[in-house]
Design a binder for this molecule. Structure first.
Ligand code: UN1
Length: 503
């Protein structure tokens, strides 16, 4: 393991720890307390250039390492993550803000993904199928593509890099990672563990910095044929345009405005637990957060009462304190944006039932805390029911029946996750069919995806690709179809084997 100064960190390029060429830096600070966690290189195009060159050179050898051997490195990586899970969770809580059980879950998701993709080293199945011609064999195999440019967000600072990097590596690609500038320390630890697991130099490189310089240079680099990006819709559009001239493969995982439907036959206690977990977990800063709750009018009052009581019982504080239910949001800018939506909701005529305030009493004053916020009497077209807030704010939308609920759920531009609480099996199946999202939960909240099913969404949530599950392999490989003719003569498909029609 590289010996690093406790406070100053570097990029990881070609197996070396290096500063940005410009010598410029930026700081990582805790959103919980403002404490400084480290100084990181603020990289630009020339740093990206070096990292891509290292990844490109390493690819020539890495693509030839047998996939099961590539998988073994992922097994070792998973074991190291497991050994250091508690320490990583504590650090994540400091750098990103989420409470310890969730931070542990974030690390666990990376362990799960690494183990799953490690096993893929002994699968990566292709297909064989009989030829229409005699003495001819055909198969399709997955081929690595080259250097993957991965741009990852701060809200799952260990899990999401693993979703991209574990499958990219097992498929035989090399990677340049540009992690979120809010959580560079987590990315640093992530790559140190890969180094310790025995990943050869250049196979995974990290370039710290900001989207506008390091991220943009990575997206535009001609030797990076695949870009995988998780973040805002507008940035996703920018990435797509920047990658278009070089016809790059672009995988996007963008926003969500996820709804939980609560029908009149639902188990209301369970529904409230699901809503609290999905709306306020990670302080609402998940792509899968439930920022809308669509409620049958017959149970609306009861649900509203229970939900408000549950929200008001939540304790705000630093994530590493065991009594904390809700940690800070990521930054002052995020806090301002979330708070501005409270004003938007009020102006639109929604009823603020609880929260709607920046919390700054006592120790909270040092960080960025927002009280869990519930709006009632929200109409589906209001901005607070249409736009991604990415904070602990949810909107209750009353409806008369199931059809109206599904219409409201679908009446947005995003399509990541959805949920329905009902005990009626017919309604549950209709919801599974009719909710236009990439993920649907029955009798559970909108969060909680497991690593071995595809993750991603319809409409403006992405561009049709999925990460996780077997679907991830489609992002990080190209199919090659191979034909072997052992007849010893020229056999023309579609011609030599076709019976001539009778004259
Ligand atoms: C995200 O918010 O981008 O299902 C990822 C979930 C988590 C992953 C969320 N397993 O909410």
């Amino acid at each position: 393991m590289a010996v690093l100064d406790a406070q100053t960190f570097r990029n990881y390029v070609g197996g070396e720890w290096v500063d940005a060429a410009s010598g410029e830096t930026f700081e990582s600070t805790s959103p919980a307390t403002g404490e400084r966690l480290g100084t990181f290189p603020r990289s630009a195009a020339d740093d990206v250039e070096r990292a891509v060159a290292a990844a490109k050179a390493a690819w020539e050898e890495w693509r030839l390492v047998p996939a099961p051997k590539r998988g073994e490195i992922l097994y070792r990586f998973a074991n190291l993550l497991a050994e250091q899970k508690d320490e990583l969770a504590e650090l994540m809580s400091r750098e990103m803000g989420k409470v310890l059980p969730e931070a542990g879950g974030d690390v666990q998701e990376a362990i799960d993904m690494s183990l799953y993709m490690a096993g893929e080293g002994r699968r990566l199945f292709g297909h064989t199928t009989p030829s229409e011609l005699r003495d001819k064999f055909m198969m399709s195999v997955r081929m690595p593509v080259g250097v993957v440019g991965a741009i990852t967000p701060w809200n799952f600072p260990i899990a999401i890099p693993s979703w991209k990097i574990a499958p990219a590596l097992v498929c035989g690609n090399t990677v340049v990672l540009k992690p979120a500038e809010e959580t560079p320390l987590m990315a640093e630890r992530f790559v140190e563990l890969f180094e310790e697991a025995g990943l050869p130099p250049g196979v995974l490189n990290v370039v710290h910095g900001f989207g506008e310089d390091a991220g943009d240079a990575l997206v535009r680099h001609p030797d990076v044929p695949i870009i995988t990006f998780t973040g805002h819709r507008e940035t996703g559009i920018h990435v797509t345009k920047a990658a278009a001239d070089a016809l790059k493969h672009v995988h996007l995982e963008l926003g969500g405005k996820n709804a939980i439907i609560v029908m009149d036959d639902a188990d209301l206690e369970l529904a409230v637990e699901g809503i609290v977990w999905s709306a306020f977990g990670t302080s609402g800063q998940r792509c899968t957060a439930a920022s809308r709750v669509i409620v049958h009018e017959r149970v609306y009052d009861a649900l509203q009462r229970k939900l408000v009581a549950a929200a008001e019982s939540m304790r705000l504080g630093v994530g590493w304190d065991e009594s904390t239910d809700l940690g800070p949001v990521i930054s002052g800018a995020a806090l301002d944006r979330i708070h501005s939506y409270t004003q938007v909701g009020r102006d639109e005529g929604a009823r603020l039932l609880t929260g709607g305030e920046i919390a700054s009493d006592g120790e909270l004053e040092k960080g960025f805390y927002y009280r869990p916020t519930v709006f009632g009497d929200v109409e589906p077209q209001m901005r607070i029911a249409q736009e991604e807030i990415f904070g602990p704010t949810t909107a209750l939308i009353p409806v008369r029946d199931f059809d109206e609920a599904v219409r409201a759920a679908n009446g947005i531009k995003y399509g990541l996750s959805s949920a329905i609480f009902t005990r009626d099996v017919d309604r549950a199946f209709r919801a599974m069919r009719d909710l236009q999202t990439g993920i649907t939960y029955v009798n559970a909240g909108t969060t909680g995806a497991e690593v071995h099913l595809p993750f991603g969404g319809t409409k403006d949530t992405g561009n049709g690709h999925r990460e996780a599950g077997q679907a991830a392999l489609d992002v990080f490989t190209e199919w090659k179809s191979i034909y072997v003719d052992y007849s010893g003569r020229l056999q023309r498909a579609q011609i030599d084997n076709v019976e001539r029609p009778a004259p």
